[in-house]
Ligand binder design. Structure first.
Ligand code: HEM
Length: 291
């Protein structure tokens, strides 16, 4: 079919349309980095490295735009959707929120904002990252793989080259692995008796995929989620929004949006309240310090 001309293949025209649109977007983003470099602004991003090393790599402008763009695309929705599911869990499981805040208060106190260097002292926050990804994987069927040889499974023949999707969500909720309460959001399942992370359990879920194509950004994603959760819970309490007569409005666990391969919660209301009076000034000072 690849030899069919676009004018008689609508699917091909669609592919070309999106390729052009995405190329323009990725080139636009990289263009800003290029401007920074020519204006002498020190830029240590991956995009800047691609530009500075373009002579050595021999990659075209379009290819480096896509190199940065695919990493950006692979890491942005997946991370933000996982954070949305986590916010959702914070509303449904307030006891988990309190336990994480107790850990943050014990390690950080209220005099400074949590930093990356604190992460090693936050086993419960790490457990919450694992549990969020296990409980509601942003890609419940992962991404497509293909069999590298002929295979048989439960009497069915699967020829070499068959496209396969793994049922990631079902694996993550397997009662044989996670027990009868697999549907419950319970970060403590990733901890051992002394409250530390169960190191013998790998990621504790299969949300990052499998084998040679496992997500290469998983370490960055784990740390991004951990610092975001830590700063948010250090700074604020997340309560359900309230209807008349102080009735809590809670999102429904089985209401979500399927967008191609991605599953995200429907938009929901919540009530976010600073935990102590200095919070907003401290966050603003931290933002200014980092800029
Ligand atoms: C919570 C966040 C994330 C989730 C749930 C996630 C999930 C996944 C999944 C399911 C795959 C396919 C694995 C397979 O084929 O079995 C994948 C691949 C990939 N991910 Fe992630 N990802 C996340 C964050 C990131 C970040 C932050 C980056 C980059 C900074 C990234 C970069 C990539 C890349 C480049 C691939 C393709 C790897 C390959 O095919 O060799 N991901 N990710």
């Amino acid at each position: 079919m690849k030899h069919l001309p676009s004018r008689i293949a609508k699917w091909k025209r669609l592919g070309e349309y999106w390729f052009d649109r995405d190329t323009k977007m990725f080139q636009g983003l990289l263009g800003k980095v290029r401007d920074d470099i020519s204006n002498g602004i020190d830029n240590t991003t991956m995009g800047a490295t691609f530009i500075k090393q373009q002579d050595r790599s021999g990659l075209s402008d379009t290819k480096i735009a896509w190199l940065g763009g695919t990493i950006f695309a692979a890491g942005s929705d997946t991370t933000s959707i996982s954070l949305s599911w986590w916010l959702f869990a914070m509303l449904m499981y307030p006891d988990v929120q309190r336990r994480a805040q107790a850990e943050l208060d014990a390690v950080v106190g209220h005099d400074r904002v949590p930093a990356f260097s604190d992460l090693q002292h936050f086993p419960f926050i790490h457990a919450m990252v694992k549990e969020t990804l296990r409980w509601r994987p942003a890609l419940p069927l992962g991404l497509a793989h293909a069999t590298t040889e002929d295979d048989w499974d439960e009497g069915m023949f699967i020829p070499k080259g068959t496209i396969c999707f793994a049922n990631v969500k079902a694996c993550n909720h397997d009662a044989a692995v996670y027990g009868k309460d697999a549907a419950r959001f319970d970060p403590a399942r990733h901890l051992v008796v002394d409250g530390m992370i169960n190191a013998s359990n790998g990621e504790g879920h299969v949300t990052y995929g499998f084998g040679r194509r496992i997500c290469v950004g998983r370490h960055m994603a784990n740390d991004t989620l951990a610092i975001a959760m830590a700063v948010m819970l250090w700074a604020m309490n997340i309560h359900p929004a309230q209807a008349e007569h102080e009735v809590d409005i809670l999102p429904k666990e089985d209401e979500f949006l399927n967008m191609q391969l991605i599953q995200r919660p429907r938009s929901f209301k919540c009530n976010i309240v600073p935990r102590f009076p200095e919070v907003l000034d401290m966050l603003a000072a931290e933002r200014d310090r980092q800029n």
